[in-house]
Design a protein around this ligand. Sequence first.
Ligand SMILES: Cc1ncc(COP(=O)(O)O)c(C=O)c1O
Length: 481
Amino acid sequence: MKLLFEKSVPGRSSAFLPDCDVPIVSLSAELTREKDALLPELSENDISRHYSGLERRAYGVNNGFYPLGSCTMKYNPKINEKTASLGGFMDIHPLQPVSTVQGSLEALLLTERILCEITGMDAMTLQPAAGAHGEFTGMLLIKKYHEQRGEGKKRTKVIVPDSAHGTNPATAAMCGMTVVSIPSGGDGCVDLEKLRGAVGEDTAGLMLTNPNTLGIFDKNILEITKIVHDAGGLCYYDGANLNAIMGIVRPGDMGFDCVHLNLHKTFSTPHGGGGPGAGAVGCKADLAPYLPEPGICFRDGQFSFEADCRQSIGKVKAFCGNFLVCVRALTYLLTLGKEGIPEAAKHAVLSANYLKTRLSEKYTMANGGICMHEFVMTLEHEAKEKNVTAMDIAKSLLDQGIHPPTMYFPLIVHEALMAEPTETEGKELLDEAADIFLKVYDEAMENPEKARACPVAAAIRRPDEVEAARNPRLCWNPGEE
Ligand SMILES: Cc1ncc(COP(=O)(O)O)c(C=O)c1O
């Protein structure tokens, strides 16, 4: 498909502007470009068809099943979008006087309070823009806690199990900490002996993804937090996948001091595509004074910003973060309510276990037993025996109208395919999807060469993904192919 620039015709336009009726002022040289900006020249029709064409080639939850593990691509009720587009929320400016945005501040404070209740934390910030950004914020809180106690120089190590999301060790390193990786046991849970051996006077904390990237809820969670606390460290909970446990168990009750949530996974804003997200961070009272400034408060009958932020780690994002993502989350929380939130979690887990059981007929699971909201298959054996890889299965699924699961993640599983059906799919669709997965498997085993040639019906077949990731070319340059 040609780019807008390639479709451009000199002199074509879609705007009909009236003659200028104000004096024309020449700007000084430092305010003007040397050359005119290069813009495509097209009619409105050209543009409209271009974007409709792109939309037809894209695949989203409105097109069909999208079991992208670790990314939670679920259907989100349209009411969340509708609320976020209300003028009272959308047409405000962060620098408006607080007296004119009382409703918006109330919405933010209410979101914080409900999320505190769900996580078992005492305080919350909605400022971080993504999960990884939330982790960064949380680790800065932990770092500051040790600094304030005069132990900042000593406690520099962060323990990260190898089943953690990749952002966990990256975050700890970005915060200037030394990452201590510990292997999981055969059951996919944290190896307690390894953890005991890793903690010490230099431990700043532990970062735990739970459920972990194998889709397993760690059965020793209380013991884990105790071991870390006994050594003087703090416990950080990667709660990006709270959709598996929300309303049922709380990180705060498991002994965690700090948690982040991906509002753009669990609480309604679509995940992926680089759009705005929100990585809300909750913490226990000990860490609350260090939260990003300014907090929101309700005092003397008015919602306003906290005046005293002397101990804060500072700002991590302008103003109140991605405000409309929080409005979507609040709508989702209030629509589902106390009964609906745990129901959604139970459905996410039930869907995953149903699909896992059906696919176990052919696919090898990385771990047996009950999973949480997602599960991991391994094509290691098939790759060795038949030269059919996880990539071949994923690409074959594309031809069958299904978005593939996440590939080659988590890294601790070879030839991994990680599937998350989500709570919003019904049994009929799960059965249909399971039939397709099983059919694709059989066909690939019968005819590996054909599987290696897939997809044949997709708009893009097998791009060089490593090249695309290492050398992304996101801008069109004139004269370039
Ligand atoms: C467990 C876990 N932690 C952290 C993240 C990072 O979140 P983000 O992509 O918003 O930075 C993700 C991403 O989905 C995740 O699944």
